[in-house]
Design a protein around this ligand. Structure first.
Ligand SMILES: *Cc1c(COP(=O)(O)O)cnc(C)c1O
Length: 396
């Protein structure tokens, strides 16, 4: 038996089987490439599900982590630290929002955002106004709260009853959102681009319309930017392209480029009238180690003009994927923006294509039931896009 097979058997012996993992054991990475324990090289167009935006082994990032690890990794939120102060200042500047709360994951950022919305409404209108409108085909996480607003029944059903007061509407359908509004509604939550659900981009009309509804009824608009944020669309946050500002935004995935950190950020309204001391907390959240990472990530984004780079190379990726759709009948359409893209596949199982791509040395993932998903590190070049397309065509 190969060393790789042995490792996989050992892992399956001990790890609770909640994932059907691809049959490779990854060992190290460099730039936009990953290497398995047998030394095989892969071009990575998944980036650890949209996390490794700077690729692997960025020397400045790694150095910042090592330095902070030597100094201090954790102190709890009972005290201040310089990395947290710096990370919060930079995150606030990048988002243009008012205040930031650091969490350990995207899911926890969603939990915090939902609590912000409930508390805002409770403070202003009392306990009877608590309903949240979420979208069908959305994904916001696996905890009981985040699952309650996740628009996929198969994920929710075995765990019911979940958090009450959630109503679902159709994404990109303003009338369907309006139909769910009652005198109990307090917030609307949606992804600016639906990721796990199959890469659906919010139309400008929809996002502006939802903002207008929220303003009219004094509802908080929560935009989940966990997958589409942090430069992936060519804007620091996807909503910035629409000129629509959320009241609460959630971020995670690429925020720490590999260390577990998320955040929710609130605008003026929610900063003034919502969580107060005693309402929310976390032991690890925003510790000096992860905040040193966030701080360095935001510095590198600025210094290396990451959003401009995504606009340029993302346009090239878009053209390349459109060419593939023209060329192959089983590719129904391309959806997405910049470096969050999906190809809808008809009449062929997407899992098979992904497995064949792995054989060709290309890492891609799926979304929804029939979509090939592309979330490369944001530092890819046009040559990497060409190589991806060649490898993908060979796996067709
Ligand atoms: C991944 C994801 C989450 C959950 O984040 P975790 O870090 O896995 O908890 C929530 N919302 C969106 C849009 C995501 O892509």
């Amino acid at each position: 038996m190969s060393k790789e097979k042995e490792y996989i058997e050992k892992a399956e012996e001990n790890i609770l089987h909640t994932y059907n993992r691809y049959q490779i054991v990854l060992d190290h990475g460099k730039g936009v490439r990953l290497y398995d324990v047998e030394g095989k090289e892969y071009l990575d167009f998944a980036a650890g599900i949209g996390v490794q935006s700077l690729g692997y082994g960025n020397p400045e990032y790694t150095e910042a982590l090592k330095t902070q690890a030597d100094k201090l990794t954790h102190i709890s939120n009972l005290y201040y630290s310089v990395p947290m102060m710096e990370a919060a200042e930079k995150a606030r500047r990048a988002s243009g929002l008012e205040k930031v709360f650091f969490t350990n994951s995207g899911t926890e950022a969603i939990e915090g955002a939902l609590k912000v919305a409930r508390k805002y409404s409770y403070t202003k209108y009392g306990p009877e106004r608590y309903e949240i409108i979420a979208m069908n085909h959305s994904f916001h996480g696996r905890s009981m709260g985040a699952l309650s607003v996740t628009g996929k029944e198969a994920y929710r059903t075995p765990f019911e009853p979940l958090v009450g007061g959630v109503r679902f509407a159709d994404y990109n359908d303003l009338e369907s959102v309006k139909a769910q509004i009652t005198d109990k509604t307090c917030a609307i939550i949606l992804e600016t681009i639906q990721g796990e659900g199959g890469i659906y981009v919010a139309s400008e009309e929809f996002l502006r319309g939802v903002r207008a509804i929220c303003d009219e009824h004094d509802l908080l608009l929560i935009l989940d930017e966990i997958q589409c944020g942090m430069g992936r669309t060519g804007y620091m946050f996807a909503w910035q392209e629409y000129g629509v500002e959320p009241d609460v935004m959630t971020v995670a995935k690429a925020l720490g480029c590999g260390v577990p950190v998320g955040a929710f950020a609130v605008g003026k309204k929610a900063a003034e009238t919502s969580l107060v001391p005693g309402d929310h907390g976390t032991t690890y959240g925003g510790n000096p180690l992860v905040c040193a990472a966030v701080s360095k990530v935001l510095d590198i984004y600025e210094k290396e003009h990451i959003t401009e780079h995504v606009q340029k190379v993302g346009a090239y990726l878009t053209r390349k994927l459109d060419d593939l759709v023209d060329k192959y009948d089983f590719l129904a359409e391309r959806r997405g923006k910049g470096m969050i893209q999906g190809l809808e596949v008809t009449g062929r199982p997407v899992g098979e294509i992904v497995n064949r791509a792995l054989e060709q040395g290309l890492i891609i993932i799926t979304a929804g039931t029939n979509v090939l998903r592309f979330l490369p590190p944001l530092v890819i070049t046009e040559a990497d896009v060409d190589e991806m397309a060649e490898k993908l065509e060979r796996s067709f």
